[in-house]
Design a protein around this ligand. Structure first.
Ligand code: 3AM
Length: 182
């Protein structure tokens, strides 16, 4: 079995800028900048032949390339207990369009539709159910985060291998987005 997800890889510059806010948070586990990505669709465990079929289906997506910017910090919590903090993604029609296309291809390939609303984000740290008040100062400081627009030339299929020191992500295939000359 292979544990899969579809995501945007991030340029090294953007990852370096994100890593600059990765300090001063107690009770959090920072995501290694090498592993930073923007998840478009979590797939889960699939047999290897199905992974190949899915990859072929994804390769048939034709969608325009776009620029992304990042600004500010958000968090996911369960009843006031924060389990992750992340960089906010600037509103981007190209991203919304791509995510919708991927969702429809994945569903056509036989996977259950995603029930949750798409909240584009780049996880910076995972926390062990930390009360929101405790990370207030960090949220305020890191909230100044701002990464200017950068081009997104491709999306990719990743394998996630869960291990002791956190998950290891491997890019299995990348799919070019269509870039028009200016
Ligand atoms: O991109 P982020 O860090 O938000 O949390 C996992 C990670 O998200 C998420 O998929 C991304 C790559 O591992 N993930 C893990 N299990 C999941 C599940 N059962 C999941 N997303 C949805 N459902």
């Amino acid at each position: 079995m292979m544990r899969l997800f579809v995501a945007l890889p991030l340029p090294v510059d953007a990852r370096a800028q994100l890593s600059a806010v990765q300090s001063g948070l107690v009770g959090g586990r920072w995501i290694d900048p090498q592993n930073m990505h923007l998840t478009l669709r979590f797939i889960g465990d699939v047999p290897e032949p199905d992974a190949r079929d899915l990859s072929l289906a994804l390769s048939e997506i034709h969608a325009p390339a776009f620029d992304l910017s990042l600004s500010g910090i958000g968090h996911f919590d369960r009843r006031g207990n924060v389990h992750s903090v992340w960089a906010r993604v600037g509103k981007c029609d190209g991203l919304t369009h791509l995510q919708a296309k991927i969702e429809s291809v994945v569903v056509r390939a036989g996977y259950a539709p995603e029930q949750r609303k798409f909240t584009p984000h780049i996880t910076l740290a995972r926390l062990k159910d930390t009360p929101l008040e405790r990370i207030g100062p960090w949220l305020e400081d890191a909230g100044v985060l701002s990464v200017p627009p950068f081009p997104v030339p491709e999306f990719a299929l990743f394998q996630s291998q869960l291990g002791h020191g956190g998950a290891k992500y491997t890019e299995l295939a990348a799919y070019l987005l269509i870039k028009f000359a200016e």
